[in-house]
Design a protein around this ligand. Sequence first.
Ligand code: F6R
Length: 361
Amino acid sequence: DMGGHDTYMHKEISEQPDAVDRVLRGRIDDRFSTVHLGGLNLDPREARGIRRVKILGCGTSYHAGLIGAGLIEGMARIPADAEPASEFRYRNPVVDPDTLYIAVSQSGETYDVLAAVQELKRKGARVLGVVNVVGSAIAREADGGVYVHAGPEVCVVSTKCFTNTVVAFALLAVHLGRIRDLSVTDGKRIIEGLRKLPAQIQEILEGEEDIKKLAAEYAEAKSMMFIGRVRGYPVALEASLKLKEISYIHAEAYPASELKHGPLALIEPSLPTVAIVPDDDLLEKNRAALEEIKARSGRILAVAHREQEKADHTIVVPKNEDELDPILMGIPLQLLAYHTALAMGRDIDKPRNLAKSVTVE
Ligand code: F6R
């Protein structure tokens, strides 16, 4: 049942305010400005003993994991990174007992992720799951974890589950942070930011008509560049993946800082760039990247917290705490991919060559 929407993708994009509400529900503890996660199976002493965090997933879940790694490293001050689960499996990784491994999956059935979890457990590692489907293989195999509570996702490409997964990581980051060195003040600041998300997502969704107009323009492109810096880079990666999956337009994502090391050679009027430009400590650096692109006559669509004068168009999104901005900045780009694909007449819910859960190697 599409509930009045033309596609599941549109339905699932629209459900995000409620979905985010669900992942937060019952988990915030205002008394200690922290977060309770019932299924984690990690006591405070164990949480303090973690020396590294390694996040594993595929596709969109890997991108959510990249943002999650930034959140955990930033708030809990534990070195954290994310890696595609299949790459991890095949490089015979060093498995370290002081590392917390986190497997991320919407379906909970992705074979490469499951196989990585099994290999880790066989070597004695502690593995948590950040999973959407309750009782799925990865959820059962993990030592504990956080359910994402996005609700059923039918469209082959992931939207609401991506957003909820990142919110789940923010919850985990506050939880680990408050056991370690995140102050009460910062815990409270992030919690207040999390509570603002559903209404802010709703506000972004109300701008859909404007994004649809932009999509009609960008649907003519043969190729698109997506750039972001630090927190913005995984947002660029995910937006680029979404566009290519459903529109079949070639898209690349680069860290903004890498432009001058190669991809700037591609910039010309027929290759538009989507730039993630949050109002944070990196704003000036990001603006400099826009100037570099403009100097080569590149067209720019910025996603920002205020109009960017170097950009041809700006999608303005509401500001949250710097740490949580990536969650909001991804949402208009789901709509951009959606309306671009729609304008091109694509089969949005079932893109060619793809399956919802990849249970083979
Ligand atoms: C992207 C997409 C895929 C999945 C990937 C992992 O829109 O749908 O990239 O994200 O196959 O799937 P899960 O999260 O079920 O492990």
